[in-house]
Design a protein around this ligand. Structure first.
Ligand SMILES: *Cc1c(COP(=O)(O)O)cnc(C)c1O
Length: 353
């Protein structure tokens, strides 16, 4: 059997959830959208069902998958609904919905519902992607209230730069949110992972931790005690030596300047490992630091075993996990851990803890 697999540590997931909840105070919706950032939404939600205050997914179909798997806790649709018929599904499945745009508000006003919904009213405080402008928040709130179709209204916003310490824009977003909501009743929710860890002023009634649950610290200084949840690993499947001047792999990008022992690893970009990483990107072989050499192929990649004479066929290779932080690979690939984790596919998933 091909040795490529993603090992998912559910005890680490619970540890990270507790840490988020404790750090933030109040309650926390575990964000399990995008198949729990690539970790397996059903397994992750089941692992958290006992202690999470609730869950957040992007849209209805993601929520239905979790409800069908027996997840009963509160569940928020972060994008809200796309068509009026989904409102009935939300009522039936007891889902909470975000309302972030006039079209969604009108949909709610003009649709007959069997029971009122829990609504999270999203206010655009500066990200300018979704949400009502601060000056429109009160009118939107009044219309929700007047519709008779809402059980309660939570007020929320989302930060554009919470993972950057001390940027003025996050303070400004908090100030705008507070001004827009001062006269409105209802619980508040501001903080994603970056704000939970880095912006104490943003800690309110509900946190919305995503990436931190999976153990990738969004802040540059890290050191928050998160535990990596996914280990992406495989094994050496062949070893060869190349001579100085010989090129390795597609495009001949890596050219040996000394006799080089090359380990061929069963992992490629079709598994979600980023194709764009340069020579020198860290990996771990049998627990020892090594590096990618040569272009990543679809099913395989190559690592430098020159300094690891005992490494051989079958040696374990960690692409990311406890030995190789996913943030380091993301930086090498010019992206963020979110994207790498979401992209993992084709490999076997094993769950423990
Ligand atoms: C995805 C998402 C989150 C989680 O963000 P992280 O940075 O992963 O913690 C929180 N809130 C909203 C509205 C989101 O879309």
């Amino acid at each position: 059997m091909r040795p490529a697999r993603a090992l998912i540590d559910l005890a680490a997931l619970r540890h990270n959830y507790r840490l988020a909840r404790e750090r933030h105070g109040g309650r926390a919706l575990a964000v399990v959208k995008a198949n729990a950032y690539g970790h397996g939404a059903v397994q992750c939600a089941c692992a958290l069902e006992g202690e999470a205050d609730g869950f957040a997914v992007a849209f209805l179909e993601e929520a239905l998958t979790l409800r069908a798997a027996g997840i009963r806790k509160p569940m928020l649709l972060l994008e809200g609904v796309f068509e009026a018929s989904e409102l009935a599904d939300a009522v039936r499945e007891d889902l909470w919905i975000v309302i972030h745009h006039e079209a969604q508000l009108r949909m709610l006003e003009t649709t007959t519902l069997a029971a009122p919904l829990h609504v999270w009213l999203k206010i655009n405080t500066g990200m300018n992607r979704a949400g009502f402008l601060p000056e429109a928040a009160s009118a939107a709130w009044q219309r929700l209230q007047a519709s008779g179709k809402v059980a309660d209204i939570t007020l929320m916003t989302h930060f554009a730069r919470a993972d950057e310490p001390q940027v003025i824009t996050t303070s400004e977003q908090i100030t705008r949110f507070d001004a827009a909501t001062a006269a409105l009743p209802g619980a508040h929710s501001l903080a994603n992972s970056g704000a939970i860890l880095g912006w104490p002023q943003a800690r309110r009634d509900w946190a919305r931790p995503g990436i931190l649950l999976y153990g990738a610290d969004p802040l540059p200084q890290e050191g928050n005690g998160l535990q990596p949840v996914m280990t992406l690993e495989s094994a050496v499947m062949a070893v060869r030596e190349i001579a100085p001047g010989e090129a390795l792999g597609y495009g001949g990008r890596f050219v040996a300047d000394a006799p080089t022992r090359v380990g061929l690893v069963a992992m490629g970009y079709a598994d979600g490992y980023p194709r764009g990483v340069p020579d020198g990107t860290p990996v771990s072989v049998d627990g020892h630091p090594s590096r990618i050499i040569g272009r990543v192929s679809m099913d395989m990649l190559t690592v430098d075993l020159s300094r690891l004479p005992t490494a051989t066929i079958g040696s374990r290779v960690e692409l990311w996990g406890r030995e190789v932080p996913v943030n380091r690979v993301a930086a090498a690939a010019g992206t963020i851990a979110y994207e790498l984790l979401c992209n993992v596919k084709r490999v076997r998933f094993s769950y423990q803890g």
